[in-house]
Unconditional design. Structure first.
Length: 370
């Protein structure tokens, strides 16, 4: 198959679950012998075109910073849609975002080519957490457009039942649920970087990720005061978080971006992984933590039900610093969470995810040819 993937953020930007998902799927489809082309935004220091892991990457629009999401840069992605339509691809898979509007060609019946749209979450009232108060209105307009495009698409794929239910409210029927996975082979190969008494966080540094709550939770607990917080990721909230850590007398080390191997090694060498976010489409990092053999802690989000249970993780019901500190203490004292989590992660491989996505593509092509 000649496959086109539209994802504004792609290699080397692999910080979010959506970017990681497309990267893992694309390289496996390329390895299977498919011709895979990804249109992404330009990035500083990277060529406009290159081939990585068998994936042809074409970068368009303005150069996007690697530190945070930038609405103006994302808006410059529109040439990718024309590139996808103009080229002789068999199928187009559009990541939720600007690329979703490739569905316009289907909506106007300008193409018979199968178009897939993949959704990772619906943000509704949470847009100010991304782009401030103005983001509330921009997000509402953007999501309205997404829903229209989703209805026009040949097939909609979602990463969790939570996202499926949200789309259902807006009349998007029968999306295909394909939960994301973990790279089990790489996890097994990477040796841990041991760090005594360490709590690790991995993700963007945005206010809705609530890393400040994690810092304050560590400061509240006498049992956690000897622990260090290791933060992997960047974002606009970093300076504020550094200040809070300093004022709270919590030892915090901000590593910024790290390679995938170092990320895994740091997680494997930590005592517990915590994701204090109040908003996730899937929360893939908890599953990755399980694969690395460490206890994981998160707040009670609906999406975690895809893989979290009382036997393999600590899910904190109350969204407070005190409750989170108690949850971390529970995880640190458990002897079975890490073992059960590792068993759970075995059920979620990227190979299986790629196979399921490939099956959807083939079904659509067969239908189009009949």
């Amino acid at each position: 198959m000649r496959i086109c993937i539209l994802s504004e953020l792609f290699y080397p930007y692999l910080l979010g679950g959506a970017e990681r998902r497309y990267w893992e799927i694309a390289k496996r489809l390329a390895k299977k012998g498919h011709d895979v082309t990804v249109f992404s935004l330009k990035f500083p220091g990277y060529p406009d075109e290159e081939t990585v892991e068998g994936i042809k990457i074409k970068r368009v629009g303005k150069k996007h910073p690697l530190t945070h999401r930038d609405a103006k840069k994302l808006a410059s992605y529109w040439p990718a849609g024309f590139g996808a339509v103009a080229s002789e691809f068999d199928i187009v898979d559009a990541n939720q975002g600007a690329g979703t509007f490739i569905g316009l060609w289907k909506f106007l019946r300008l193409t018979k080519r199968p178009v897939v749209v993949t959704f990772h979450d619906i943000y509704w009232r949470n847009w100010p957490g991304y782009w401030g108060i103005a983001g509330r209105y921009l997000g509402a307009i953007l999501e309205l457009g997404w829903f229209v495009m989703a209805k026009a698409a040949s097939r909609v794929i979602v990463n969790s039942n939570q996202t499926k239910e949200k789309l259902g409210v807006f009349g998007v029927k029968n999306p295909e649920v394909i939960v994301s996975g973990v790279d089990l082979e790489t996890v097994r190969k990477v040796k841990p970087i041991k760090s005594a008494k360490t709590i690790v966080y991995v993700g963007r540094l945005e206010t809705y990720k609530r890393v400040d709550v994690l810092i304050k939770a560590m400061a509240l607990s006498k049992k956690l005061r000897g622990y260090k917080l290791l933060v992997m990721g960047r974002g606009p909230d970093q300076k504020r978080l550094e200040r809070i850590a300093n004022e709270s007398k919590v030892r915090a080390e901000f590593l910024g971006f790290v390679s995938e191997e170092e990320k895994i090694a740091r997680i494997k060498g930590a005592d517990v992984l915590v994701n204090p976010s109040a908003l996730e489409g899937l929360g893939l990092i908890l599953l990755e933590g399980m694969a690395c053999g460490v206890p994981v802690v998160g707040f009670d989000l609906e999406c975690y039900k895809e893989f979290c249970t009382t036997e393999n993780s600590v899910i904190v019901k109350e969204f407070s610093e005190g409750a989170l500190s108690e949850g971390i203490e529970t995880a640190l004292s458990s002897r079975s969470l890490a073992r059960n989590g590792a068993k759970t992660a075995e059920k979620f491989s990227w190979d299986g995810v790629a196979d399921k996505v490939e099956k959807v593509y083939k079904e659509l092509l067969n239908k189009a040819s009949n």
